[in-house]
Design a protein around this ligand. Structure first.
Ligand SMILES: Cc1ncc(COP(=O)(O)O)c(C=O)c1O
Length: 392
């Protein structure tokens, strides 16, 4: 019913993942498995809606329709058991832009903002670009290699100047889907110290059973009132190029503060095609998403079975969410630059180096497995051959 088997040529469509190959990897020969979008077509309900809109042939200013927000509200209610009201929501062209606006709205220059590396790099740059101080509360790895929050370290680092925590939930790159009790323990510390939370939940629909995404704002009314959540269809339905996401803020005062900053920047209302894609995806894309999740699970299982053979060199915990595999290459005993060269030259894969997520990512590589089956087979053959020929 849905085709996740065959690849699509993206090299001719200005896709960042392909166009930047020579800049980043100095060769076009790598299979690009880095930037977090999918080499998979969006659902046909989205494509048909877009075609119909294009046929209209007028693309002037538009406003994001209430029906689009309604579709997202129903989606969140159905899939994540959270009730959101229309007046809590803002359009945003980008999650990273929303994070920047939130930093300006809820902190002042010199204030401290917590991140939990290894983590999506723009969290840190958004803080430093706004002349706030980065407070690193690195994730801790247990004996199985599973990452968890380090709450003792967090408590020790909080000062009266600490104003915000940026949470990645589910977590890019380590693939954790935080459990309710873990989030609740984190939230209690934030409540105690009057720290607001920017909860980046852009990966929240990409979660594998039995794991369940818990929206941070769903923990309690008190937690909801210190939270700004970013969500959107960009990752879920591969619509990153449509520049459309939403910000959800329940608390009136927080919303007013955010809105003042937001209006001053003039985000406007997005694109005519973005609105259409957003609404169609949330309204009619659920069966496609279920099939996609099954396909992604197959890909990660195939990757696991290849890595299993080479476990003396690379290991990878199965991600609980996201389509990103966090490869632990420590046992290869290579420097980070050598590891990167190994993947480019020997495996001919363009991956994200672990160091891109902070120094805590040293010895790791991130592999994006949101590809059709034929690309996945090709990637696995390349990894397998490179590791077989490896005389490290
Ligand atoms: C955790 C996280 N937040 C935000 C983004 C980017 O969102 P946007 O393109 O809407 O700025 C990404 C993209 O990889 C991400 O992984």
């Amino acid at each position: 019913m849905f085709n996740f088997e065959t690849s699509v040529d993206r090299a001719q469509s200005n896709a960042e993942k392909y166009t930047l190959r020579t800049t980043l990897f100095r060769t076009n020969e790598v299979l690009p498995m880095w930037v977090a979008d999918m080499d998979i077509k969006s659902p046909s309900c989205v494509i048909s809606a877009l075609k119909e809109r294009v046929e209209h042939e007028v693309y002037g200013y538009e406003i994001m329709p209430d029906s689009a927000y309604e579709a997202q509200i129903l989606w969140m209610q159905r899939r994540h058991s959270i009730t959101v009201q229309r007046e809590w929501m803002f359009y945003s062209p980008s999650v990273v832009a929303s994070i920047n606006v939130a930093i300006r709205a809820f902190s002042s220059e010199g204030d401290g903002i917590i991140i939990q590396p290894p983590v999506y790099a723009p969290f840190e740059s958004s803080i430093t670009n706004n002349r706030r101080k980065v407070i690193k509360n690195p994730l801790r790895r247990d004996h199985t290699g599973r990452y968890c929050f380090d709450l003792d370290d967090l408590r020790a680092k909080i000062t009266c100047k600490t104003k915000l925590l940026i949470l990645c939930s589910p977590h890019n790159p380590v693939g954790r889907v935080w459990q309710r009790d873990e989030l609740a323990a984190l939230a209690n510390i934030c409540l105690e110290h009057n720290i607001k939370v920017i909860s980046d939940e852009i990966h929240s629909d990409l979660v594998y059973a039995p794991h369940v995404h818990t929206p941070f704002a769903a923990l309690s009314d008190a937690v909801r009132d210190i939270t700004l959540t970013t969500v959107g269809p960009g990752k879920t339905f591969n619509l990153a190029g449509m520049s459309i996401s939403t910000v959800v803020i329940a608390d009136v005062l927080m919303r007013e503060c955010f809105e003042a900053e937001y209006r001053s920047i003039h985000f406007a209302e997005g694109t005519s095609l973005g609105h259409v894609a957003f609404e169609a995806a949330y309204r009619d894309g659920e069966m496609w998403l279920e099939a996609l999740l099954a396909h992604l699970q197959e890909n990660i299982e195939k990757l696991q079975s290849v890595l299993h053979v080479h476990s003396s060199m690379i290991t990878c915990n199965i991600p609980e969410g996201t389509y990103l595999a966090w490869l632990n290459c420590d046992k290869m005993a290579l420097k980070d630059s050598e590891l990167r060269t190994f993947f480019i030259e020997k495996a001919r894969l363009g991956l994200s180096p672990g160091l891109a997520f902070g120094k805590e990512g040293s010895g790791f590589m991130r592999l994006n497995f949101a590809v059709p089956s034929d690309t996945m087979s090709e990637a696995l053959e390349r990894i397998d051959n490179a590791l077989k020929g490896c005389n490290i």
